[in-house]
Design a protein around this ligand. Sequence first.
Ligand SMILES: OCc1cccc(Br)n1
Length: 448
Amino acid sequence: TATQDDARQPKTDEDTAVPAATERSLIDVNPPRGTRDFPPEDMRLRNWLFRNFREVSSLMSFEEVDFPVLESEALFIRKGGEEITQQLYNFEDKGGRRVVLRPEITPSLARLVIKQGKSASLPLKWFTIGQCWRYERMTRGRRREHYQWNMDIIGLPKVRAEAELIHAIVLLFERVGITSSEVGIRISSRKVLQAVLQMHSIPEHLFAEVCVIVDKLGKVTREEIEKELMIAGVSFEAVKGIIEVLSIKSLSKLEEVLGSEGEAVTDLKSLFLLAEHYGYSQWINFDASVVRGLAYYTGVVFEAFDKEGKLRAICGGGRYDRLFSTFGSDNIPACGFGFGDAVILELLKEKGILPDLIRHVDDIVFPLDEELEGPASQIVSSLRQIGRSVDLIQDKRLKWVFKHAERINADRLILVGKSEWQSGAVRVKILATREEREVKVDELTSPS
Ligand SMILES: OCc1cccc(Br)n1
């Protein structure tokens, strides 16, 4: 209960009414098609997710890096017909340069590693969280932008790098409350497909294109896949061989078909053994149908998915041991993953485990009188100096201020009133205990 009635009644609505409607045409207040605004509640959720991305990256001793969203189009021109390069958000800038809003992070990361040359001592463990774009015909009403957490290990040729990356994904899921009964990580290697193509004498140069086609398994009909493979120049027998091998779901069966000596089998057996040592075996399973849709993957590939199969892949990645040489650099083995900001939140929402992210402020300061605005600002400044967050309220009724204090979970409500101020004091209400008392101003900043 306030000791003083609020002497500063804000003007009535009539006094502050907006001028009579004139011929005003409202701008389109929506963001561009396929893009999102992040009002405070959504931004709190995004910051919570990104904080978890960062904390896992830090747990794994990864260094943060960043790149421009705008990149040269040349960085993303690749053969292989990937969806990602057919949906480039590309344009010509005022200098006549062909540029894009980047559709992914990895090529920028490779560019920076090459640019740094010898000054980048390998192996590098880098992460970033960045917005990525695609220009998709809005027929499907899908988003044109999302944020991706990327983790990459550059310079380690062995699958112990992939094992680390998968650990990062598992740690993230555990932090946000997802269990291995709800989400799994499918793992395979493109060396499986490579072995099958070699068995059928399919030329190497078709490898990337075949992978991109086969990645559509489960998204388009099997007949469509077979047709596209045949058009790409894969023989009928090879198509059958590919489809047959891709249906293998156990490493022992794969070993029967491919033998024990090939890199596909030895890599995967090493990876699954490491997984046991990490203690995350319950999260992963071998699935030969996993190829991922990026042309530059060359080895182990993996993707996380909800076991109810309602959503698109939560994250995905793999080894890309030839990307650097395609940029004209000495070759550097590397692997990484991308983890989008949208599907994971859809999953948490669907599971009913989105975090309850409340607002909070340490203090609210409210001058009860216009002539007390100076003293109020003096108090606000001293509180902020010692690191207390303060919401200074102006032009509001006291009733509104009390409600606001509850709404933003303030610890203290500090009312600056004339009579108290004359004796160098203010009224303080402790929201948690409802206790209200007069406090000397210099006591406000003392550790209570
Ligand atoms: O993961 C594919 C992708 C790339 C850029 C933007 C969006 Br939305 N999605």
